[in-house]
Write a protein of this length. Structure first.
Length: 604
């Protein structure tokens, strides 16, 4: 379904398309607010015929990702949950946190939604077990090397130097696997026995170490709430709606433990059918990067068999979706629903408070600058470079006092040499508003959809991260384009704290306790963070490229493919021989050169 501007506003599927479309235009009394709003904006239809329901479902998922229609559930699929990875395909495995799950023969625990708890767990494991954390390729029968500092401070048993046998090392790994699998009762029992024996032999220092190990093992166990003794990968999904909005809550169970939960808010979806909404959610959520479990439990679902088939294909093995009517699973679903209710209530309370705080701050801003209307959309700009190298400019957007990340833009400076912030800012603003004017012209001529216009929405206020010089550059650019937008500068004190604004060549000092100073501080910190992050990424890529140039048998094409596949030097360093071979154009000789190069670097 498209609106009058040609934008795709909804993508749907149906066995009998005529009946489904007719439903939208029948009596609207039973329709949700979302459906009513959607119908008011429909200008034309476009339809595609498929050979099967599965094809229609896959096409629906792909089109939603492509167009991000306003009235579909479109979850971002770039969120990767952390796992604890044990590299069991190595002679001397490592244990670390990763967000990249792969079927590579290694062992993964997760996913976890609480990243802090995961890192705490890893730190506790390292306290108990002196495992290696280096990236050296260490084989049982390989050449021995001199141990690093970790061995001398007793944080590694140094398998690289032959100070521990493979059997002893694997025994430690098996204990870690048991702890992470929840089978820690026998470990605690054995450690308690050893602690008592050490105390009886007056070896109090050893007894204290064993006591600390017991406490650490218990702490790891407490990080994962036990739900059922059955070992299974299960997700529980339920929904709660108030009179207007909806919260979908999902609980992740792995190996019988609740490893985390996630929630998603949907405005104006309270009147949607539960089965239809959950069906739409599941295809969007698992159609992204989320790991598909073996069992999924829901209160009800539309097209259950079709979605089961869809998830089975994605997982690579049979997936069951069930609607429990009684028993433990039903009770668990009710708990998930109660959590959805509490989360929605907390979200609404916080949203209302934040909205009121932002309204007060924006009203104060409008009064201070003597603006005719409250500035709903604010754009802020900053420049970042080091001695003119990798100079970049960034634009961030706040709407109604909240960051709108989807509208952030980055500019790599093209025409300015050296560290000239004024000319760099002039280039950024000229490119931004030139693109905006061109897009508006194309939208009016119907040669561009409004949703594709990255710069077509102009701000009500521009904020510069700087003083009068930056403001004057912005005013000059706007004057040349015949655009009337107020511009102010954000200034800091000697301690680098936001102090106030510069507007019409006058500095306005703000009260330290005001809501406005907090909002402007957020804007200034955010535009600076975004600029620094982009500058650092360009610098790292340049550094990474120079490192890869030193590797024998790796030319320009192979360097490019390595960057595309792994993204960073750290990931290339960690890559196994087999993972390198999976990279386009990387043959055995090149893979051996890469592994050898980074291995020699680690040993220096």
């Amino acid at each position: 379904m498209k609106n009058s501007l040609g934008e795709v506003i909804y993508v749907g599927k149906a066995k009998v398309l005529k009946n489904r479309v007719r439903q939208y235009f029948q009596s609207s009394r039973s329709h949700s607010e979302k459906t009513k709003a959607m119908v008011r904006n429909i200008a034309e239809f476009e339809y595609i015929v498929t050979d099967s329901e599965m094809e229609a479902l896959l096409l629906e998922c792909n089109l939603i990702k492509k167009y991000s229609p306003k009235y579909n559930i479109a979850l971002k699929d770039d969120k990767f949950y952390p796992f604890i990875k044990i590299t069991t395909n190595e002679d001397f495995p490592r244990v670390y946190v990763t967000r990249n799950f792969a079927k590579d023969g290694n062992m993964y625990f997760g996913p976890y939604t609480n990243a802090t708890a995961v890192y705490e767990t890893i730190n506790l494991i390292k306290k108990i077990f002196p495992l290696r954390n280096c990236k050296r390729v260490i084989a049982e029968d390989g050449e021995l090397t001199r141990p690093c500092l970790n061995y001398h401070i007793k944080q590694c048993k140094a398998p690289c130097g032959g100070h521990i046998s493979k059997k002893e090392y694997i025994d430690m790994i098996n204990e870690i696997i048991n702890i992470l699998s929840g089978k820690d009762a026998n470990i605690i029992k054995e450690l308690s026995k050893q602690m008592d024996e050490a105390a009886q032999n007056l070896e109090f220092e050893e007894a204290a170490k064993l006591r600390d190990k017991i406490l650490a093992v218990e702490a790891i166990g407490e990080k994962q709430k036990m739900f059922t003794a059955k070992e299974a990968d299960e997700d529980f999904i339920h929904i709660f709606s108030d009179e207007k909005d909806t919260c979908i809550q999902i609980f992740f169970l792995r190996e019988g433990k609740v490893t985390g939960r996630e929630h998603f808010m949907f405005e104006d979806r309270a009147n949607d059918e539960i089965g239809e909404l959950i069906s739409e959610f599941i295809t969007s959520f698992y159609g992204g990067t989320a790991q598909v479990p073996k069992h999924i439990y829901v209160p009800e679902l539309e097209d259950l068999e079709l979605i089961e088939e869809f998830l089975t294909v994605k997982r690579g093995s049979k997936v069951w979706i069930k609607v429990p009517k009684r028993g433990e699973k039903k009770e668990m679903l009710e708990m998930v629903k109660n959590n959805a209710r509490v989360t929605l209530e907390q979200f609404k309370d916080k949203m209302l408070k934040d909205k009121e705080i932002n309204r007060v701050a924006l009203t104060e801003l409008a009064n201070l600058l003597e603006l005719e209307e409250i500035p709903v959309r604010i754009e802020a700009y900053d420049i970042s470079n080091i001695q003119g190298m990798d100079s970049v400019g960034t634009m961030i957007v706040f709407e109604e006092g909240r960051a709108k990340n989807s509208d952030y833009r980055r500019f790599r400076i093209k025409t300015v040499q050296g560290a000239n912030d004024y000319d760099s800012m002039r280039e950024v603003l000229e490119r931004r508003f030139l693109h905006g004017l061109e897009e508006l012209r194309a939208i009016q001529e119907r040669s561009l959809e409004f949703s594709k216009g990255k710069f077509s929405i102009f701000p009500d206020l521009i904020m510069m991260d700087g003083g009068k010089g930056q403001i004057n550059v912005a005013l000059e650019v706007l004057k040349n384009f015949n655009i009337d937008i107020p511009v102010c500068g954000m200034v800091k004190d000697d301690k680098h704290h936001t102090r106030g604004l510069i507007f019409n060549n006058q500095e306005i000092i703000l009260r330290r306790s005001s809501n406005l100073i907090h909002m402007i501080t957020r804007i200034q910190d955010e535009v600076h963070r975004f600029a620094i992050t982009y500058h650092r990424s360009l610098r790292d890529k340049r550094t990474l490229h120079s490192i890869l140039e030193d590797i024998p048998n790796v030319g320009e094409k192979r360097r490019k493919n390595l960057l595309i596949k792994f993204g960073s030097v750290e990931n290339i360093k960690k890559a196994t021989y087999e993972e390198l071979l999976e990279t386009p154009s990387i043959d055995k000789k090149a893979a051996e050169s890469i592994r050898s190069y980074f291995s020699s670097k680690n040993q220096r």
